[in-house]
Design a protein. Sequence first.
Length: 157
Amino acid sequence: MTNNGVDTDHIAFLVGDLSRLFRATFEKLTLEHDLGVTTAEARVLGYMSLYGPQRQSCLADLLGVAPMSLSVFLDRLETAGLVRRAPDPGDRRAKIVSLTRASEPVLRQIAGIGQGLNDAALAGIEPAAQAAFIETARQVRRNLESLRGPRTPGGRS
């Protein structure tokens, strides 16, 4: 579909729109569940759960945020006892960020909200079509990662 010369069925437009809708709906749901963390902080916790302890700079790169923005999120999460920062034994200037046990109940709530959102987003779509969509999205991601090239540790790419 074209709207004023913009192809709203272009894959980049669709993916951007889906991302915006997922984030907005996730934010609404996290506010309703009163997790005690913001949506951005929930995203940080989710990535940390997925990727494990990381240097702050690498975590910022994974999240696609500025290191200073991440630092603000981590300050609040550390104050809440959900993450811990420790010196990197390989580079005393760097910090390694890891989750604490106190983050586990929050992560379970985040996972439940995420699963509910996923289920709602895929409602009415046959399981075979869901699987094909996911595999297609994975291939598009691989294609784009190949075009982008390798990430540089602690750098943006």
